[in-house]
Design a protein around this ligand. Sequence first.
Ligand code: ZN
Length: 256
Amino acid sequence: MLRPSDAGSARGAVRGALREAVRVALREVQHGALHEALLDALAFVLPVDCAGCGAPDRALCAACRVRLEPEPGSHLAGPGLRVWWGLRYEGVPRQVILGLKRDGRTGLARALVPALAAAVVAAAPDPAGIRIVAIPGTRAGFRRRGFDPVRLLLARAGLTPWRVFAPARPHLAQKRLGVQERDRNLRGAFRVSREVAGHRILLVDDVVTSGATLREAARALHDAGAEVIGAAVVASTPLRARQASRDEARPKPRAL
Ligand SMILES: [Zn+2]
């Protein structure tokens, strides 16, 4: 027998699947009156709030969509490791990413694709011969969400990652650790499980915070003989928060 919470999550899953199915159908309809009418009908049947601002009846309102337009930038996450990002992890972008990762609103992934794509293009303007490697998620994260956000984003972007990492060893959650503690915590967390020597690799993740996860993944790949040309992420935690290092980064690395 279903407990109320099970029934609630099952209902949520059904709603999510329905929304996604309708959204797929909507993609066939060009923007215009019919498109708007269908969105209104969908909101009536399956009420949603805007993931960015909480406004009723739209999964993402027009004003918040504008806030997701990429403004790419980069910083060094470590010696020789430049990370490119499409958005700053604050305000509307942060709310939408949390909507995807924390609330499981997978339909939001598509709205984040331009930011990820902009970061990938900036990091690898000449993509020939470059392989994309996603930072792997933890089993616990996958069980909780039922999907891997980074892989979902890549799939929506039409990009196929190259699987090179074995499941990560057990590790402490990163959330409450300082920068140096994060690096220590992750040391040896990633194990390369296939031949990567000589390959050129672009790392991809959803959010960069301290950069510890990207540094450790890059170190493991470098040790295995690969060249890591850089990293691309949807959003970067603003500098002041990175320096504070105690923020809302989720536990990493994640291994499937
Ligand atoms: Zn909004």
